[in-house]
Structure formats: structure tokens, C-alpha cells
Design a protein around this ligand. Sequence first.
Ligand SMILES: Nc1ncnc2c1ncn2[C@@H]1O[C@H](COP(=O)(O)OP(=O)(O)OP(=O)(O)O)[C@@H](O)[C@H]1O
Ligand SMILES: [Mg+2]
Length: 452
Amino acid sequence: MRDLRPPEIVWELDKYIVGQHEAKRSVAIALRNRWRRQQVPEHLRDEIAPKNIIMIGPTGVGKTEIARRLAKLANSPFLKIEASRFTEVGYVGRDVESMVRDLTELAVNMVRAEEQETVMVRAREMAEEKALDILLPAARGQQPVEEGEFGSAHGAEERGPSTREKFRQLLREGRLNDRYVDLEVTDRSHPMIEVFTSAGMEEMDVNLREMLSNLMPRRTKRRKVKVPEALEILAQEESQRLIDMDRVVKLAIERIEHSGIIFLDEIDKIASRETTHGPDVSREGVQRDLLPIVEGCTVHTKYGMVKTDHILFIASGAFHMSKPSDLIPELQGRFPIRVELSPLSKDDFVRILTEPENALTTQYRELMATEGIALVFEADSIDELAQIAYEVNARTENIGARRLHTVIEKLLEEISFNASQLAGQGITITRDYVRERLRDIVKDVDLSRYIL
Ligand SMILES: Nc1ncnc2c1ncn2[C@@H]1O[C@H](COP(=O)(O)OP(=O)(O)OP(=O)(O)O)[C@@H](O)[C@H]1O
Ligand SMILES: [Mg+2]
């Protein structure tokens, strides 16, 4: 794990997220705090409570985005989950431990993908050999004479390495790409097995399902595929064989325990202490269930035990109806870092449209480039777009930067639709064009409710 220092983290986040400086600082501190806590002598480590963070702010201002980018930076397994989805243990629904199981699943996939990448070179080499094994006996039919043993690599070898090397050459040059070969492939599609178990027993469900599908005979079938596809299939199979799953699981669990991040969205929805009426699940109950996980406990997953002591929790919510102080005291104590995100201004919109590495205007420029169109946004067209997005937010509902997506999509609708006819052209978006396309809609509040 890279031990990023807070200023570096903020600097990296700046590449993608406009403004929200306080929030960036706070998540950077939270991340660093976890690292610090891992460094202190063991006897003290347990005394130090985890320093998680609550981000407070209206919708669409970058809360999730900040957390997601942070996780990416730290190469951390990252799970986003709505706190309101959980129910108290014993009730129908998801128990809080399931988030650790989900995170484990995610981390295993993440590590497996990385491992696959590292073994891929070797797997491709092996796939090439296998492909040659398959190709050579087939090639014999087209060559004159020669009788005897068929099929084996050994047989191919006997005809002299030169034939094999010639084929290798052809294969690498792609000159065999139009040939078909017979391939034995394992049928991946599992027969559908649905297992119904009582609530809260997801784990058993998973195990049962796996057990049953292992009981089923593994089916293989022969397929005729073209050489490039065969190479791909063979390489995949070889790479699966080369990956040491025990190692993957071990690494994955280590990674969660050291650097996992869980993003608890809508924490405000469970922040209330008053006892609820009716069939509602007690929110306080959910908070109590959350507590051990946030404080550090061991969760049983199908990959083994996972300790949650050093998982970083980032909670987030709008907190319109409730306040962080409505959380139970113990939980408040585990989320000592609080930060408020500010609503986005028109100027923020201008910057969001242009500055981030994944800026919307860049995205659309690239999308249009695939059609052979050179799309250019004039500066004052961006200004107008931002202004419109801001106005619509103010007049209808403030959905933050998400408004920019709908506005720009509407703006470019015509061009998007006719793109194939416009290929080879340069298109410049001017302020007038923006006005012409959008002003009427903006003026009509009802209309903009539906369209923008
Ligand atoms: N400050 C910002 N800079 C750049 N992009 C932003 C910013 N704020 C929001 N966005 C963009 O707006 C979209 C929504 O942002 P995000 O998912 O972070 O919202 P949120 O604050 O989590 O809202 P919610 O409370 O509804 O979950 C994303 O595509 C994100 O890239
Ligand atoms: Mg969000």
C-alpha cells in the first residue's frame, strides 16, 4: 500500500473534483489516521479508536466521488452501500455484516484480476503452444503424405521443429486468423440453482449454491472457433490454472484489513433515536449492529475470517431532517471527523465542465471524435451552460453537478443524432447555439422539470 501523505492526496483529488477543499482535507486526514493507527505499538493500538469521517452535504456535490477517488488512489477495495438498506439482526433484510462479505468478494475479484494480469504473459505463451498442438495435426491433412501418429505435441515435434516454428511464425503474423480449430471448452454457464434460505443467512445460501454446482458434472463441449478466439480462450484457461487462488484470497483479506474502505451512504436515514412506530425496523437497532463492525470485530466470510479493525468508514448524508448528533453516542464517537460540503456555484460548474481530467466537455469531445467530428466548446458557451444548469437547479430541484449531465446531453442531442452525417466536420459550440437549444426549455419551469 502506498502511504500517501495528506497533501498528496488532496493534490490527486484536485485532478477530478472541483472545490470541496475541506472535504478533501478531511478524507486525507482520515486515511492518514488509519495508517498512523497501524503504525503505533500494538498495546496502544487497541486503545486508539478508529477515526472515521462523516461527510455532510446536499446531493450531487461530490461526496461519493471524493470517496471513490480516494479508494482508487489508495488502491483500496471500496464498497458503497446505503445504510438505510440494513435491518437489525433477526429481521428480514440485509444484516450489517453482509457489507464486509460484499467487500471481501470485491477484494478477491480485484486481486484475482491483478494476478491474472501478471500471469497473462506466461498464459499467452502456453496458449500459443497449445494452439500449435491443435493446428499442426490439422495442417497435416493439407500436406502431402506422412502417416502415423496424430494429434499429440510429440507427433508434431517429430516432424521437426522447423514445421512448428514455421507455424509459429504464421500464427504470430496473423496469417492463420481465418482458420477454424476445434476446441474443448468447459461450459461455464452453471445450471440455475435457486436456494431459498431464511433471512440473514446469505452465507449459507452462497455455500449451498457453490456446493451444489460443484456436485454437477463439469460439462465440456467442443466448439469450432477461429484461431484468434481460440488463442484468447486458451490463454484465459491457462491463466486460470496459473493463478494460485489461496494466495489471491490471502492477499485480498490482507488488503481489506489494511486498506478497505466502506462508504456508508444515507447515514442520516438511520440517524434517529426516537423509537419508531409500526412495522418499521428500529434505526437505533441498526446503529447498534453497526457499532462492532466500525469498532473492529471479526466477520466470517466464505473466504475466511476478516478483521474490520482498520477498515475506513466514510459515512455520508444530506442531514436535512436529522443531525449527526442524533446518532447514538457510541457511533458519533467513532466518526469524529466531520466535514460539510458546500453547494456548487455557477463558477464551480464552469470548472467542473472543463477542468477535471474526466471533464464532461472532454468526454463529449472524445465521443464525437469517434464519429470523426471535431467538437469545440467556446469559452462563453461553457459559461452559458453553467448558468443554465445553475438556474434550473435553483428553480426546480438542486441536484448539484448531476444537472450538468442532463443539460449537456440535451444541448448536444441534435449533433449526437446526426453525427454520422456530420463526419469530417468541425463543430463549434457557441453561446448562441446554447441559447438557441436550451433557452426555451429553461424558461418553462414545467418543461425543464421533465427535460433537464
Ligand atoms: N465538486 C465536483 N467536482 C467535479 N465533479 C463533481 C463535483 N461534484 C459532483 N460532481 C459530479 O457529479 C456527479 C454526482 O456526484 P456524487 O455522486 O459525488 O454526488 P453525491 O454528493 O454523492 O450525491 P448524493 O448525496 O446524491 O449521493 C458525479 O458524476 C460527479 O463526478
Ligand atoms: Mg452519493
